[in-house]
Design a binder for this molecule. Sequence first.
Ligand SMILES: N[C@@H](CCC(=O)N[C@@H](CS)C(=O)NCC(=O)O)C(=O)O
Length: 205
Amino acid sequence: MIKLYGMPKTRSMRVVWALEEIGAEYRFIPVDLVTGEGRTPGFLALNPGGKVPVLVDGDLVLTESAAICTYLGDRFPESGLVPRCGTVERGLYDQWCYFVMTELEQPLWTIGKHKFALPKEKRVPEIKDTAIWEFQRAAALLASGLGEKPYLLGDNFTMADLLAAHTLAWARSARISHNIDLLDDYRQRMMAREAFQRTLAVEKG
Ligand SMILES: N[C@@H](CCC(=O)N[C@@H](CS)C(=O)NCC(=O)O)C(=O)O
């Protein structure tokens, strides 16, 4: 059975949501990053980066939340959550996944790193204003890409929407606003999905 190592309210939530969308059988194995479980020799053997999520599927050990979501969509093609390789849709799907990871998420993570994640002596708190500006520029691009469509790729929900909605929710919980009603509406629609409601229940334990 697929195993997912994760911790509630982290990026592993993306993978719980992906698994719930697919309806795959899986076991959630909690890793308490606060008490140092991510730095134990056993966990470091699985992921030398000491981070969650980690997905184990047979002999495959996979890290990186976006890569895991895409892998799961490919592994369960009947879910229709990731377009088939070599298609126009797959090109656009990859574009949006990379955009979310490198443009939309990156400034949020920069703010987080300089607030709590980096060693104190490495933090540059003044970076926050620039990062907010970068986030707002990326959010505006996401909104124009979405336009009046229900989903980033058109009429069908894909893992790219899941990643985008999760990242928008991250911004909201960090009180970093983009002031774009279209994106608020989009995030709320994605999070009204039944699979997301089940995800919340799994995270609650
Ligand atoms: N790019 C990675 C980032 C993973 C990541 O940074 N996870 C955080 C939780 S959201 C973590 O495990 N941090 C623990 C640490 O850095 O020691 C992904 O998207 O999976």
